[in-house]
Design a protein around this ligand. Structure first.
Ligand SMILES: C[S@@+](CC[C@H](N)C(=O)[O-])C[C@H]1O[C@@H](n2cnc3c(N)ncnc32)[C@H](O)[C@@H]1O
Length: 278
């Protein structure tokens, strides 16, 4: 507890990330990882393998960019650092252990980045519920000719969920839902626009499975109604086995992996980009 408090004080972090709860959540996720390590391991292995398989599809080996690198649990950092000239780990918060881990590789760089580009406006928007909610249109790296590979790692569902939680209460639910969905669609489109090869790994659905006989499982989707195309890979992430989140209930996330998001997105016709359109 004292260590967590210290980490909270010492971690370099923007005011926005601190006030919106990103830093607290990073510290909590690390603690959860330590408790649920064995249950998470298959998901972490699948994610690492998916990132490496996707990276092999990139035609160049100059710069790799990872969105949502966070605590690095699911990032094959050593392998990426060995195969790309430069690896950029992007996240809105970098924990102290991630900062230390990155220091071991001279070609790995941390980038503190809000991939939506609009989180800094959230505190003002919460205080002004009549102000219109902005549209996200990320531009960073769009003109980087050295970028050969980008992957979004278990981040997409958070893009809507965290600001939704922050703004909830002050605005009509429908406006908030449309805003959250817009953030997710903007990230998918951004991945499509980035130069180089792009890949996507994301949870799409959660399931709560009660242990009690006769109690039905509950399932809900976590992408604000955005429908993704058929994935290349899919697996379950036992994210909170009982009693982590609730006594007698196991929580699992369904994860989809797309080794080639530009190809999958266009062929599958994900919402926001009809099939066949470039
Ligand atoms: C579920 S974690 C991904 C797993 C992470 N790679 C790990 O090892 O734990 C989601 C990550 O997305 C980051 N994130 C959430 N919203 C973000 C945003 N708007 N911009 C950049 N990163 C964001 C969080 O800080 C967190 O590190």
């Amino acid at each position: 507890m004292i260590l967590e408090l210290l980490e909270h004080c010492l971690t370099p972090c923007t005011w926005t990330a601190r006030s919106m709860g990103f830093l607290t959540s990073t510290i909590q996720v690390r603690a959860r990882y330590q408790r649920c390590r064995a249950a998470w391991q298959p998901h972490l292995d699948r994610t690492r393998a998916a990132i490496l398989a996707a990276a092999r599809l990139a035609t160049g080996r100059r710069k790799a960019l990872l969105f949502g690198a966070g605590l690095l649990h699911d990032i094959p950092l050593r392998e990426l650092a060995a195969s790309f000239e430069e690896v950029v780990l992007a996240d809105i918060v970098h924990s102290l252990p991630s900062r230390l881990a990155a220091l071991r590789f001279p070609n790995v760089r941390l980038l503190t980045l809000d991939v939506t580009g609009i989180m800094k406006e959230m505190p003002r928007l919460r205080d002004s519920p009549a102000a219109p909610l902005p549209a996200s249109s990320p531009q960073v790296y769009l003109d980087d000719g050295r970028l050969d590979f980008s992957v979004s790692v278990n981040l997409l569902s958070q893009l809507g969920w965290v600001p939704g939680r922050f703004l909830r209460g002050g605005r009509p639910e429908a406006d908030l839902a449309a805003f959250q969905k817009g953030l997710i669609l903007a990230h998918l489109e951004y991945l499509r626009q980035l130069p180089g090869h792009t890949a996507l790994i994301t949870d799409v659905r959660w399931r709560a499975q009660p242990h009690a006989p006769g109690e039905a499982a509950r399932e809900w989707e976590v992408l604000q109604g955005v429908r993704l195309p058929e994935p290349e890979w899919a697996w379950d992430w036992d994210i909170a086995p009982a009693p982590e989140r609730e006594r007698g209930v196991d929580y699992a996330a369904r994860v989809h992996g797309y080794a080639d998001w530009k190809g999958a997105g266009i062929a599958g016709g994900w919402e926001g980009k009809p099939a066949g359109k470039n």
